[in-house]
Design a protein around this ligand. Structure first.
Ligand code: NAG
Ligand code: NAG
Ligand code: NAG
Ligand code: NAG
Ligand code: NAG
Ligand code: NAG
Ligand code: NAG
Ligand code: NAG
Length: 644
């Protein structure tokens, strides 16, 4: 009986509560209208019941704030706060549409302590909490006409669907300002926004001091966060609208891969930005990433002209001076105080010397987080970019970055990081003496040798051409030499030699057989690209290699990398092709010198596909070394001496 009575009391109480709710309007609506005010204790719930708008007190506090949180997530996760600067002191506050049409928070004395502050002439407004968590103030008659959005006025949290506008050129560059402390929603010392200087990038400030930077936005990723590529769904990240709008505005945007995922970015009270995804089975937020997350991500951790590297250990970033730079104070540096950074070992010549040979040069650093304060210069290519840097003595480095273009640095290089994967290349200016002979000279030598090589080849071909008839006559005589004579002359010395090819070639060159010479000329044409200055002897090895690669369609691999970069790659391939044709096994297929000349000169004429070269089978067979199949040795000799 007692139990029944208790149940009855409970039911009656519940019914009473429900009635009370109906009278006082316990809101489950998703809107606030002129005659529907939200009082402390009521709330507005978004259509799909994900988000909730109402009054709350932070932990260990009695102050009341109006905010938005996830309806079904505990502990309460606040994503937006209205009156963060002016809390309500008691539970008598209200959220309502004021006479001027604005959405306001009023205290018990009817003073407005917070307002959407939209300029006057609002007519018939309604406030709605949308599915996305966006609180909007719109015209009641036309709800797509938005006067105000909480998404445009964020606090510390970025939600999917937000489009936060900043305008660095107008000084409106701070988009998110986190709480003062874990339990105090008032604006703290930190902020997150867009760098007003130089390339577009995200910066976290403490007051005016930089704490972290994303690296320049290249319109796909932030170049200083190379693992944006490695996150399976790269979309889990801030994006910036690019290019900026005409008035200089930039938008932070965020498109979730799966809209059913609850995702959020939060700038923590201590200036760390965290990204979470709700794990519904674990009833817990999974931390996806945080910035700065490693020692090296701490702004300017290593000082001037120094690179931070934490590929070995995330917790202890290793600082090292850029090559050719040294610590400003070695004692401090060795004691782990990197604050003074590094300096040049040798000052730049720029502006001090008129000698061209004493000009400064550049050293490339790869896989880097680009230093801070780079300026973007609109130039088409890397060479023009370099020129701009060379011409200005205050330019310390340049980089040509995909998606950004030319960047130059006119101050000390700071906040650099070396990445294991990704990152950009930057060219650091150095005194010429520091470049030690450098690549440029090496390239020059290659060019000189190539020119000489081509000249020699040309001369040889010309001579051959000129004396073609005489050569033919001479060769006819030569052909009368018997196989056995040849054999005796050679005396199988190959068998005991360390390198059969060298022996053979050596002999042949000594015999001054002109066809052999012409063969070598072709070998020069092909081999010169691959093995510098190894005339003659290098040719065979190359042809053998060229056949192997050729037959696999990898002709390009044969070409020296210094040539690969130029537009002459087709020419080189053509030379190799001709070389292959000249070394074909059967003399029947080999072109005569006239054809060779034509082939080398013409860029367009079709070249027949070469057959396997003699020396390939020769090398593979090992017959010479065995000394058994003698005839094949002489076949080769014979075929080479046959003039055409
Ligand atoms: C709400 O206010 C409007 C006028 O602003 C009025 O027409 C309407 O009847 C009111 N609704 C209720 C439920 O009081
Ligand atoms: C508060 O102000 C509104 C007008 O903005 C007025 O209608 C209402 O009576 C006031 N309430 C109190 C308690 O002063
Ligand atoms: C408010 O809107 C109504 C119709 O929606 C219009 O008739 C009226 O003139 C508007 N008032 C003001 C002040 O704009
Ligand atoms: C969610 O949490 C559970 C339990 O901790 C874990 O096993 C699961 O992998 C998590 N799911 C995701 C998507 O992180
Ligand atoms: C997830 O929950 C566990 C305990 O339930 C807690 O220790 C952990 O900190 C939570 N993780 C996050 C990211 O909140
Ligand atoms: C380097 O730093 C140490 C320790 O701060 C200091 O004692 C020393 O004088 C400094 N040396 C120079 C050359 O500045
Ligand atoms: C970097 O070097 C400049 C002088 O070139 C100096 O003024 C500046 O303080 C240095 N920065 C740091 C962080 O030491
Ligand atoms: C060099 O660059 C600096 C910084 O951008 C600029 O102020 C200066 O005018 C430039 N000097 C010349 C000669 O272009």
């Amino acid at each position: 009986m007692a139990a029944f009575n208790r149940s009855l009391t409970l039911v009656t109480t519940l019914l009473l509560l429900l009635q009370l709710c109906a009278i006082v309007s316990c809101s489950t609506s998703n809107s606030i209208t002129r005659n529907h005010t939200i009082r402390d204790g009521d709330s507005v719930i978004s259509e799909d019941e994900i988000f909730e708008l109402g009054f709350f007190s932070p932990k260990d506090s009695t102050l009341r704030y109006v905010g938005i949180w996830y309806k079904n997530i505990e502990p309460r996760t606040i994503v937006w706060v209205a009156n963060r600067e002016k809390p309500l002191l008691d539970n008598n506050g209200a959220l309502k549409i004021a006479d001027d049409g604005n959405l306001v928070v009023a205290n018990g004395q009817n003073d407005t302590i917070w307002s959407t502050n939209v300029p006057p002439k609002l007519n018939n407004t309604v406030a709605l909490l949308l599915k996305t968590g966006d609180l909007v103030l719109s015209s009641d008659s036309d709800r797509s006409n938005l006067y105000w959005e909480s998404f445009n006025n964020p606090t510390d949290t970025f939600l999917p669907g937000m489009r936060v506008r900043v305008n660095p050129s107008r000084g409106e560059n701070r988009a998110f300002i986190p709480w003062k402390s874990e339990n105090d929603p008032s604006p703290g010392r930190y902020s997150l926004g867009i760098d007003p200087i130089g390339a577009l990038e995200i910066v976290i400030w403490e007051g005016e001091t930089r704490k972290w930077r994303s690296g320049p936005w290249d319109s796909v990723i932030f170049t200083g966060i190379p693992d944006m590529f490695r996150v399976t769904n790269y979309i889990y990240g801030f994006k910036l609208s690019s290019p900026p709008e005409r008035d200089g505005s930039v938008y932070f945007t965020y498109v979730p891969s799966d809209s059913s995922d609850l995702l959020r970015f939060k700038v923590r009270f201590d200036g760390v930005v965290e990204q979470f995804r709700w794990n519904n089975s674990a009833k817990n937020w999974t931390l996806l990433q945080l910035k700065p997350g490693t020692t090296c991500e701490i702004y300017n951790r290593c000082g001037n002209y120094s690179v931070c590297d934490d590929s070995k250990d995330f917790s202890s970033g290793k600082c090292s001076c850029i090559d050719k730079f040294e610590p400003v104070n070695r004692t401090q540096w060795d004691n782990g105080d990197f604050s003074r950074g590094c300096q040049r070992r040798v000052p730049l010549n720029c502006g001090q010397s008129m000698l061209a040979s004493q000009e400064d040069g550049f050293m490339v650093l790869r896989g880097m987080k680009l230093p801070d304060f780079g300026s973007v210069v609109s130039l088409e290519n890397s060479e023009a970019c370099k020129d701009v840097c060379v011409r200005n003595c205050s330019c310390n480095a340049y980089a040509f970055v995909r998606g950004i273009g030319c960047m130059t640095w006119n101050q000390d290089l700071i906040d650099m990081e070396r990445f294991e994967h990704g990152g950009e290349s930057i060219n650091v200016r150095l005194a010429e003496s520091e470049l030690g002979g450098g690549k440029e000279k090496w390239k020059l030598w290659i060019i000189v040798f190539s020119v000489i090589g081509v000249f020699l080849l040309g001369s040889c071909i010309w001579i051959l051409w000129k004396f073609k008839k005489r050569v033919k006559a001479f060769l006819w005589k030569k052909k009368k030499l018997s196989v056995f004579d040849m054999r005796e002359n050679r005396g199988y010395s190959v068998k005991s030699s360390s390198s059969p090819i060298q022996d053979l070639v050596g002999d042949q060159v000594d015999t001054t057989d002109l066809p052999i010479f012409s063969f070598n000329s072709v070998a020069l044409a092909t081999g010169d690209f691959a093995e510098e200055n190894k005339l003659g002897q290098g040719g065979f090895g190359t042809v053998y290699k060229a056949w192997h690669l050729w037959s696999q369609g990898k002709t390009k691999e044969l070409i020296d990398p210094t040539v690969k970069d130029t537009r002459d790659i087709n020419e080189a391939i053509r030379c190799i092709h001709v070389g292959m044709l000249c070394t074909q096994d059967s003399v029947f297929y080999r072109p005569n010198m006239a054809s060779v000349l034509l082939m080398l000169e013409s860029q367009t004429s079709h070249l027949p596909r070469p057959r396997q070269p003699t020396f390939h089978s020769f090398l593979n067979s090992g017959e010479i070394v065995d000394g058994q199949d003698v005839a094949s040795v002489n076949d080769i000799t014979l075929t080479t001496v046959v003039g055409r």
